[in-house]
Design a protein around this ligand. Sequence first.
Ligand code: ADP
Ligand code: ZN
Ligand code: ZN
Length: 669
Amino acid sequence: MQIARVALGVPLHRLFDYRVPESECLTAEDIGRRVRVSLGRRPCIGVIVGLPVVAEAGCGELKELDSVLRELPPLPPDWFRLVEFCSAYYQVPLGEVILSALPAGLRRVDPPKPRAARRAAKPRVRNEPPRLTAEQEQVLARIDEDGAGFHAYLLHGVTGSGKTEVYLRLIERTLARGRSVLLLVPEINLTPQLETRVAARFPDAGLVSLHSDLAEAARTRHWKAAFDGSARIVLGTRLAVFTPMPDLGLIVVDEEHDPSFKQQDGMRYSARDVAVFRAHERAIPIVLGSATPSLESWANATDARTPARYMLLTLRARAVASARLPAVQRIDTRREKLQDGLSGALLAAIEKRLGGGEQSLVFLNRRGYAPVLACAQCGWVSRCQRCAANLVLHLADGRLRCHHCGFECRVPKGCPTCGNQDIQPFGRGTQRIEAVLAERFPQARVLRVDRDSAKSRKQWEALLEQIHSGEADILVGTQMLAKGHDFPKLTLVGVLGADAALFAADWRAPERLFAQLMQVAGRAGRADLPGEVLIQTQFPEHPLYDALVRHDYPAFAAAQLKEREQAGFPPYAFQAMLRAEAPQIADALAFLATARAWPQAAEYPDVLLYDPVPMRLARRANMERAQLLVESPSRRALQVFLTQWGDAVAAIKAPSRLRWHLEVDPLEF
Ligand code: ADP
Ligand code: ZN
Ligand code: ZN
């Protein structure tokens, strides 16, 4: 009797043995093939991970597997090393990693019939590559010098400094050697221009994209093209890091600092970190690019005390000589009475742009009309009944909405408690600023761009088109607008509401703010028109703004790293977070307390377990949430601890409605 050991997508730290039907004869070559099996009564898809001679003890009578699926070649060994690493590092059962790394179409028992692929429009003729700048030449020469093998590069260059052109040249070299390329980007919706640019440069490389916006059939098709080697370039978001690619020769991670490389549910992994592991495992180069690298990467590239793990490469100037960096200025709002949140200086600057036929962008990272609606008479505020959060006023469609759980209701006519008719919005979101600007500049076309106005990719592309064709004079937008777009007529960026992040409880908030502001500042003045950035602030002397005015990321990073080191925060400590949620906070805290009281913890002196505490958003969708931080100065020590502790946590008897998860290298607190 032959036995197949199968990984299934279930949250259990075990594999499942099945009897192989007489009609099938499996060999070691079949490891990595998908199979159809049943788990209990439920049919499901699994992947063969071994062919043991003896079944795991205690499994009783083995069930027979239903069928071996042979339409695809087996998943290769290097792919298994990748998922095994993720399973061990992120403390996620191997079966869950394997199945979640496959496109949905390949893990469904009855996938929908594939429709014929729509022919992708052939990219328009190919654009001539520009002559490299001296800095670009240097960067490429440095990488060429290292040759093949694992090398991790951190490519630091302001927006417009020509990082993408460097990627394109590296892709060209890699393709010429007969190898393929994995290009990871934070959010494909936000970077359609990149896709066009890469496809136009390499029309014969069979570029495919992989992201969660693709229809299931297309995603499966693209994945297969990467797997069988017909697609030589894969451009994808974080999930694409798991695409098996036979001749992989280069990985590029663009905007490597972007938080969306971190998966926030299910298997909580960092696609950037997994990509570095993958490059190392495949012995190929990897390039991490950013104008504002993550402090983790920056430390890896610059820490003088440890041998640099990443090679730092820098592009200092913008690639197009005439495109200067924008002048960044602070507007001190302590000295001025703002007009509906806008300073005189910003209004005047917008007016000037209107006169000159140039575009302005008002950046405010808060969508909706106002963050809360309140009654001055009785103190009522619009709270979400299910979360410890306020309902946001969305005046555009007359709704109150919770941005955490999705709850929504109509805006009440009067105060629900005292009947007062005069309930007032407090604070400002994009909709309100849009309204203010429309009233103030009736002749201008004001366009709001946020997740509400660009819900679908279609809407988003239509908005981009409107901006490009000059049908908008003033843009009001969130960080959606900050990324990867050339708006040639955009010469002014006004920044509102940034101060909140300076003193936020989340100690990563300044890092994110700096990155966002650099990015949004990079939108101004890319062509022949010089750009200007005006930041409204009550803390103009804050060092973060100082560094921003000088476009000095290294200074900002050095200051932040010093603070982190003093406080013992990452990257000078390694962390994991155990989170629990339950209808009663006491249950969540008790679960964490049991986990913390694990008797063997004393055997790991390098690992510190903090007290369980309620989370900042202490209730979401009627679940009370709490967390327990685990920390160590050594990544290795933390890993060894987690491997044992994870099992102990999984064995804790918890109330049935309690949910928990463990996150390694958490980004949010
Ligand atoms: P980044 O990725 O750093 O934002 P890009 O590679 O997109 O920078 O370059 C910014 C702009 O400069 C683009 O319009 C690009 O076509 C142009 N560019 C890049 N490299 C060169 C070069 N060597 N000569 C002329 N233009 C260049
Ligand atoms: Zn009231
Ligand atoms: Zn809610």
